[in-house]
Design a protein around this ligand. Structure first.
Ligand code: CUA
Length: 372
């Protein structure tokens, strides 16, 4: 009986250790780096958080090992041995010890609190000239709207493009993609300028190499800043369970040079061109007929309603990924599968199955390909 119990205990320890090791693993990229490694910061925000971790973690480990070690030592050294029935010597009160174990932890806590509080304050401070981006968590994708007057009208989804070495101030909100804008029907303060109503669910914005997690809560605007040292692609994902496709709510931050960013933003600010003929023109027509425009904006489409319930598609073809970062924009197979049955690709998505014919899908894809 005892042997079986200790064997199952050993099995439990083994399984737990394995689970911990596996959850700590990530698959390295071609160059051997781990794309979402919070311990490999790529910007000042993540670096200051990492530095704080480097400072606090050894202290925590030392305290843990010391306390656990003393407990184990005491349990073994002073355990009841066969035959001795007397209580051990009972001791009460020792002023010197008590002062000692009050002062030492207070000093340790102060040693942790000072760098922690100063890091919190420095993370809350934004410099002179940040780029302001409104981040909206929807089910299940992220919308990015450039708020500064010089970038007006630039809205994208799933990939946030930023210039290197520049502070980006994120104003983060969560809305449900479902409700259309109706100011009369909603409580004050919950209307989101993006045209939806702030009755979403909690998401969490997390790009491990650029900053720690920040929960995005309906009805509030949370602020955080990020910055990337160098051009590169930094992967992120929603880190708070938000529904069926929470694991499909991925995104990325693409850091570019300042010049590349200016070019990108100038191109994004342009409306889409009106297509005059061919299959793409049929697709453009279907965008109205099949009511794509009642959720999606295509700035430049002759019948654009400027609604932002689904992603703004004005420059869809210039992006790398869509559907929350799980499908490839450049793959005709991916976009065809998505239009045929969105739920099959991304369970719980608010994208409707329009029961499109193959010919409709072909025309819509042709139109989407013009949206550079
Ligand atoms: Cu959004 Cu999980």
């Amino acid at each position: 009986m005892r042997a079986r119990r200790s064997r199952s205990a050993a099995g439990w320890v083994l399984m737990t250790t394995l689970a911990l090791v596996l959850t700590g693993c990530a698959i390295g990229g071609d160059d051997g780096t781990i794309p979402q490694n919070a311990l490999n910061p790529a910007g000042p925000v993540a670096r200051s958080q990492d530095a704080l971790w480097d400072r606090v973690f050894p202290i925590a480990i030392t305290v843990f090992v010391l306390v656990q070690g003393l407990i184990i030592y005491a349990v073994i050294r002073f355990r009841s041995k066969g035959g001795d029935e007397d209580l051990p010597k009972q001791v009460a009160g020792n002023t010197r010890l008590e002062i000692g174990w009050t002062i030492v932890p207070a000093l340790i806590l102060a040693g942790i609190a000072i760098p922690t509080v100063s890091t919190i304050f420095s993370l809350a401070t934004v410099g002179e000239d940040p780029i302001n981006v409104r981040v909206v968590g929807k089910q299940y994708w992220w919308e990015f709207e450039y708020e500064d007057p010089q970038y007006e009208g630039v809205v994208t989804a799933t990939q946030l493009v930023i210039p290197e070495g520049r502070e980006i101030q994120l104003d983060m909100q969560s809305v449900s993609a479902q409700q259309p804008y109706d100011p009369a029907a909603v409580p004050e303060g919950t209307v989101n300028p993006s045209g939806s109503v702030a009755l979403g669910v909690i998401h969490s914005f997390w790009v491990p190499q650029l900053a720690g997690k920040m929960d995005v809560v309906p009805g509030h605007t949370r602020e955080m800043k990020i910055e990337a040292d160098e051009p590169g692609l930094y992967l992120g994902q929603c880190a708070e369970f938000c529904g069926l496709s929470h694991p499909n709510m991925r995104f990325s931050v693409l850091a570019t040079t300042a010049e590349e960013f200016d070019e990108w933003i100038a191109a994004q600010a342009e409306p889409a061109e009106v297509v005059e003929e061919g299959l793409a023109a049929q697709g453009q027509e279907l965008f109205l007929e099949r009511q794509c425009l009642t959720c999606h904006t295509v700035d430049g489409h002759p019948d654009n309603l400027d609604l932002r319930i689904g992603p703004d598609l004005t420059h869809w073809n210039s992006r790398e990924e869509f559907a929350g970062g799980i499908l490839d924009v450049q793959s005709d197979d991916d976009i065809t599968a998505w239009l045929r049955d969105p739920q099959a690709e991304k369970p719980g998505t608010q994208m409707t199955n329009l029961n499109l014919s193959d010919a409709d899908i072909e025309a819509l894809v042709a139109y989407l390909r013009t949206l550079d």
